[in-house]
Design a protein around this ligand. Sequence first.
Ligand code: ATP
Ligand code: MG
Length: 438
Amino acid sequence: MRRTSFFLPTLRENPAEAQIVSHRLMLRAGMVRQASAGIYSWLPLGYRVLQRIENIIREEQNAVGCLEMLMPTIQSADLWRESGRFDGYGREMLRIKDRHDRDLLYGPTNEEQITEIFRDAISSYRDLPRVLYQIQWKFRDEVRPRFGVMRGREFLMKDAYSFDLNYQSAKRSYNLMFMSYLRTFGRMGLKAIPMRADTGPIGGDLSHEFIILAETGESEVFYDKNFLTFETPFIGDLNETALEECFSKWTHPYAATKELHDPNKNEELGSNILSARGIEVGHIFYFGKKYSLAMGATVTGPEGNKVILEMGSYGIGVSRLVGAIIEASHDEFGIIWPDTIAPFSVGLINVAVSNNDCDRECENIYIKLRDAGIETLYDDRNERAGGKFAEMDLIGLPWQIIVGPKGLKDGKVELKRRCTGEHLELSIENALTRISST
Ligand code: ATP
Ligand code: MG
C-alpha cells in the first residue's frame, strides 16, 4: 500500500475524550472514529487489525472442530420470552419495535437463537457433540461506555455454543475450548490468565474468564507467579485424560478473585500469589440444561429415551482485543504490534522523495516485498522525514526500512525493529532476508 493512496487520518494532538492509552493511540493512529457513544467506525488501518484478530480466532476455533456460521443481529423478543430472559435482561438490551408493532431486539448474545436452531434441526444423539460459532456484532446498552472499543455499546464478539449428550462430554467440550483459548491468545502475543468466574446473567455452573494483565484493566486479578512460565499445550497431542490433567494444572489454584480477600485462603496460597489488574478478553460458561430445558431442546438418546441437551457458551471480545493488545504493547511513541496482529509487516520510508536513487531503490524494495507476500506500507509522501518517522512509530508496524541518500551511497538501508528499537545498517538483500526470516 502506498501511503499517498491510503486513508490514514492520524492526529498530532492527544484527543481530550480519551482516558486510556489504547483509546488515545487508536484515535491518533487513525484506526477508529467514534460515531456516537460507544459506537465506532473502523477505518482501514484499524479494520486490518480487527480482521487479523478475527482470523486467528477463526483458525483456532476450526482447529478444534468448531463450525462457523452467522446469525442475525436482530432477534425476535418471543424467542427471549421462551427462555424467560426478555424481561430479566434489563436495560442493557436494546429493544426495537417494527412497523407491525412487534418487539425485536439487537442481540446482546445468542444462546436463545442457537438453541432454537439446534432444537429444530437435530433429533438424535448421533448428531452430537457439535460446537457452532459466529463472529458477529453485538449490542449492549452499557451504562457507561468508555475506554474506546474496550467497553463499547456495539462490539464484535466471537460466540460459540456447544451441544452434548451428557456432562462428561460437555466437560470435554469445555476443556477443549479452554485450551484452545490459551493458544488463541498466545498467538496474539498475549499471556491470558484463566480465572474462575461468576456465571452472571448467562447462568450455570462452571465458568472462566480469560484476563490479560494491564494497569488500566477493570478487573482485579490474583495469580500464581509460576503461572506466567506455563507452556501452552498443543491440543492435537491431548487425549481425554491428558486434557483433564492439563485443565487441572491451569486452573488450580490460580483461579478466584474474590476468595483471595479471605485471609485464610490467602495464607493457604502463600507468597506465590501476585495481584494485578487485567482486562477480560474471553469468557467461557458451562451452563448445562438452562436453555435446553426452558426451550425444549432434546434428542433421542442411545436407549430411545428423550435426553435434554447439555450446553455451554464461549465468548471472545474481538473488538475489545484490539484495545487490550495496545494496552499490553506500546511505548511513549505509539503502538507496538505483535507480528501476528500488525496491519502491515513493514513500513518503508523514503527519506528523500524525488531523489532518483531513493525513489528507484524504494520501488525496488516495495516490489520485492510484495512478491514475497510481505505486506508493506510505503511512505512515498513528499514530506519531512521527521514526521514520517513519528507516524511510523505511532502506527507500530513491526519493521521499518528507512531509505536515505547517504546510506544508499554505500548500498545500505536502515532496518529498525519497532519492539526493541534496534537499528541496523544493512544491504537491501540482508534487510529483506532478516525480515522474511521472522
Ligand atoms: P464485562 O464483565 O467486561 O462486562 P461480560 O461478562 O458482560 O463482560 P460476556 O457476556 O462474557 O461479557 O461477553 C464475552 C466477551 O465479550 C467478554 O469477555 C468481553 O471480552 C467482550 N465484551 C463484553 N462486553 C463488551 C463491551 N461492552 N465492549 C466490548 N467488548 C465486550
Ligand atoms: Mg464476563
